[in-house]
Write a protein that binds this ligand. Structure first.
Ligand code: AMP
Length: 469
């Protein structure tokens, strides 16, 4: 049984939350003036001890929404002889490091200790850290299960379990591990599940097993997108044309930091090389890179020493880098949800941002279906001097009508010729699959492996650890 809440919160200011002075001091230092909507809704219920299912995006302030009440509980009810008291499970190493940083900022004036336990780091070193019984563990599920199996972790005192980015975590094939971890922790614990969408089969199933009478907090649906982001499309003829467009757009936008998304590792590496050739401070981030190299690139980006980061979805999942003013889809993402995750890297915490998608003819239908899924219409942008031959589907060109008319044009094309039947079916499937992950095909082998465990069956997850842990 779950109850719903989507009403406007009574909480307007951080002072309404009655948090410990040490936490207020940290909030002042971070210059957080008032709680974001997810914080205003979720913090009071978490402090009241409820199990929660919250649909909140990266960028909404969700991390502090679960960290602040955890810290409040740990500061007010001290238990020096306890083993670990709070465990945050999340899908990727980068997100783990990011949450640790956020946690360290918020608990800067307390004596609480938090550690990160993920793949890609030395097991023995982690065992030594765990022996010190840190109050908070931030972990990816695979490595945590290894510690459970080798008895190097004690969850018997766990008070709060958080499943952060639960949809992503389960897409990566971690549901068995999450269930195993939940069953190793006390039944009377509090469990908080955060996910971009709650309407996800895996999330609902895991929630039914690990949460107890949860309250559903419906804040913003993934389709609501981000109001502070301008979304544009530029039509392109081919990859070379896209490369020229990108270089020109980077000049025109003059953004301090830009994130460019590609669907494959190869494409990302090639593109980063092209951008460097054009004198831009660019680097690539993908799941096959060594963890140290990934960390180094992220640090350069955070410190503003890179202008452009070319990334694949898996590597950039959930990343919170301040000051990304521009996001470019060099390749159109394969689902509406991926699109939202990508463009959400800009326009964070209410700051304006721009997202530009470069569209070749074979990406038009995908773009149109993402528009329908998100109920938005992308603004068409022309790049002077670089206009290509491709101007959109023929029907549209002659009618000159807006995005809402595309549907008719597509359906008339669908009926137009029998010999086009197979292609049409493929397009139709593309539209239907927007908002969902697409099944792999032999031809997108590279793309599939870069998207990591999202496509892999459960038992294959270990092969893809590079991308997920
Ligand atoms: P998150 O959704 O947790 O990834 O947070 C997105 C960004 O918003 C992070 O950079 C946070 O530091 C920032 N943030 C979180 N809460 C607040 C707040 N109440 N006021 C201003 N910024 C915030």
């Amino acid at each position: 049984m779950s109850s719903e809440s989507s009403s406007e919160s009574e909480v307007k200011n951080f002072t309404d939350l009655n948090l410990n002075d040490r936490l207020h001091k940290a909030l002042d230092k971070l210059e957080y003036e008032m709680p974001t909507p997810v914080q205003a809704e979720a913090i009071p219920h978490t402090l009241a001890g409820k199990d929660l299912m919250v649909n909140a995006e990266t960028g909404s302030g969700k991390t502090a929404a679960f960290l602040l009440p955890i810290l409040q509980k740990l500061v007010t009810n001290q238990a020096p002889n306890s083993a670990t008291r709070a465990l945050i499970l999340l899908p990727t190493r980068e997100l783990a490091r990011q949450v640790l940083k956020h946690c360290n900022d918020l608990m800067a004036f307390t004596h609480i200790k938090a550690v990160v336990i993920t793949g890609g780091a030395e097991f023995k070193y982690q065992q030594a850290m765990l022996r010190k019984n840190p109050e908070i563990i931030i972990a990816t599920p695979g490595r945590l299960v290894e510690h459970l199996t080798r008895n190097s972790i004690d969850l018997s005192d766990l008070e709060i379990l958080v499943l952060d980015e639960a949809d992503r975590m389960l897409d990566l094939g971690f549901s068995e591990d999450v269930l195993r971890i939940a069953s190793a922790s006390p039944e009377q614990r509090q469990t908080l599940l955060y996910s971009a969408t709650l309407n996800h089969k895996g999330v609902r199933q895991v929630a039914s097993e690990v949460l107890s009478e949860p309250m559903n907090l419906t804040l913003n649906r993934v389709q609501d997108g981000h109001d502070s982001i301008r979304q544009q499309v530029v039509l392109a003829d081919d990859i070379k044309h896209k490369q020229r467009l990108l270089v020109r757009l980077l000049e025109q936008e003059n953004a301090e930091k830009t994130l460019v998304f590609c669907n494959t590792r190869d494409q990302a590496s090639r593109l980063a090389a092209v951008l460097k050739y054009h004198g831009l401070r660019a680097a690539v981030l993908h799941g096959e890179m060594e963890q140290d190299e990934r960390n180094r690139v992220m640090d350069l980006m955070r410190r503003g020493q890179l202008e452009v980061l070319v990334a694949t979805d898996v590597a950039a999942r959930g990343l919170d880098v301040k000051g990304i003013e521009l996001v470019v889809n060099f390749d159109m993402p394969r689902s509406g949800d991926d699109h939202v995750h990508r463009v959400g890297r800009t326009g964070r915490a209410g700051v304006d941002g721009t997202a530009i998608s470069l569209i070749k003819s074979n990406e038009w239908n995908l773009m149109a279906s993402i528009e329908r899924y998100l109920k938005i219409s992308f603004e068409r942008r022309l790049v002077k001097g670089l206009e290509g031959k491709y101007k959109g589907p023929k029907k549209l060109k002659s009618s000159g009508k807006a995005a809402s008319d595309r549907k008719r044009s597509e359906s008339s094309r669908k009926n137009s010729s029998k010999k086009d039947g197979d292609k049409t079916k493929q397009r139709h499937r593309d539209r239907k699959s927007v908002g969902k992950r697409r099944a792999p095909s032999a031809s997108n082998q590279d793309a599939r492996s870069d998207l990591g465990d999202g496509f892999a069956p459960l038992k294959k997850r270990k092969d893809k650890e590079q991308d997920s842990e």
